[in-house]
Design a protein around this ligand. Structure first.
Ligand SMILES: Nc1ncnc2c1ncn2[C@@H]1O[C@H](COP(=O)(O)OP(=O)(O)OP(=O)(O)O)[C@@H](O)[C@H]1O
Ligand SMILES: [Mg+2]
Length: 350
């Protein structure tokens, strides 16, 4: 009954190179795809996760919502990279209310910013496996000035920003909607964008470790730009051209960057394992535009020595064939994994 349907939000993922939008409708036991689309942003609009040119981003967002005829006016977006700090922390067992009272004071020691400049959020995961006197908590701190920028941006685009999530957790939601690994399987998810790789190691619906690595498709573009002495937008175009890998010097840059990316990923996953992260990681699911880079998945497979697969965020979602061609969804899927996770959020959800 409509009265009891939780309010739909549109998921809007604002990335360094493009805005992604997804709207889902809840159905019996799942979701149906209502809208999906992307709008690209010029290279200078977002730099190092900071919104540099809000007017340009607002313009692109308005164009996207108008083009897709989006009617829902409330949205959820997400932060990543250096706009947000996530920590898995062990606390003595206490109630939600008790933790709420203490969290700001406790958080201070884990956050490299003035506590007055950040919003603190937390999520109790449950009892610690090793020490039953303790419980595991995820602490999320986001900078207030960045949140203000996002609220302004959405307001200017005529949308109310109702929830702010985190890329790594939205990615996890999209994964859990579509895949059902066994309870003891440890799985790594990585969303490889332009400026940032969001890594989230999960098991049985729980996030064991997250890290945002400042490395992504932008590194390839930067190298091409340097080598050819061209603008960022020209280098991006060159990188995405069909013939990129036919050009020997371009192919060389791509292969070198693939190696560096695989090594960055290896280092973070090795850090997890070396710090007694529970269980061996058995599989990696990748998403983000950069995962389409030629030969990248092979480089990652070789370096990590585990199966690597592209995450399909639409696997369990009903996608009416007359509105969304399967080729289009396959193509756009890797870009919108985070946006799908965001679109699963409902008003009033914690
Ligand atoms: N076919 C492709 N081959 C190689 N790289 C690609 C391809 N398609 C997209 N990319 C790269 O993927 C990146 C964009 O991916 P994505 O949209 O996930 O990032 P973003 O969300 O804009 O950035 P971020 O999340 O880091 O702020 C860009 O660097 C782009 O050049
Ligand atoms: Mg992104």
């Amino acid at each position: 009954m409509v009265l009891f349907r939780k309010k739909e939000l549109i998921g809007i993922d604002i990335g360094s190179t493009s805005i992604k939008l997804v709207q889902l409708r809840e159905t019996k036991g799942g979701y149906e795809l209502v809208k999906v689309g992307m709008a690209s942003l010029p290279a200078e609009a977002i730099v190092d996760n900071a919104l540099m040119d809000i007017a340009v981003i607002v313009g692109a967002l308005r164009e996207l919502t108008t083009g897709l005829k989006v009617k829902v006016k409330q949205a959820v977006c997400s932060l990543s990279g250096n706009s947000v700090i996530i920590r898995n922390i062990s606390f003595p067992v206490m109630t939600f209310q008790e933790l709420e009272e203490q969290i700001n004071w406790e958080a201070e020691q884990y956050i490299p910013f003035d506590i007055n400049d950040v919003n603190i959020d937390f999520h109790i995961l449950g009892p610690d496996e090793v020490d039953p006197q303790k419980m595991n908590v995820i602490l999320v701190a986001s900078k207030k000035d960045i949140i203000r920028d996002y609220v302004t941006l959405f307001n200017d685009a005529g949308i109310t920003l109702t929830v702010i999530d985190v890329d790594a957790f939205a990615l996890q939601n999209a994964f859990e909607l579509n895949y059902a690994p066994s309870a003891d399987e440890v799985i790594a998810l990585v969303n490889i964008g332009d400026a940032t790789m969001n890594l989230n190691i999960v098991r049985n619906g729980e996030s064991l470790f997250t890290r945002d690595i400042q490395w992504g498709g932008g590194q390839y573009t930067g190298k091409i730009r340097q080598k050819r002495a061209i603008s960022a937008d020209e280098a991006e175009k060159l990188k995405l051209s069909d013939s990129a890998t036919d050009d020997e010097s371009l192919r060389e840059i791509i292969l070198q960057c693939n190696e560096s990316l695989a090594l960055e990923l290896y280092r973070s996953m090795d850090f997890y394992s070396a710090n007694a992260g529970p269980g061996r990681i058995t599989k990696l699911y990748v998403s983000g535009g950069c995962c389409k880079t030629p030969f990248l998945l092979d480089a990652i497979r070789e370096r990590l020595n585990i199966p690597v697969e592209i995450l399909d965020p639409f696997q369990t979602i009903i996608c009416p064939e007359n509105q969304f061609g399967s080729g289009y969804l396959k193509d756009i899927g890797p870009y919108v994994a985070v946006a799908v996770g965001l679109a699963m959020r409902r008003l009033g959800d914690k």
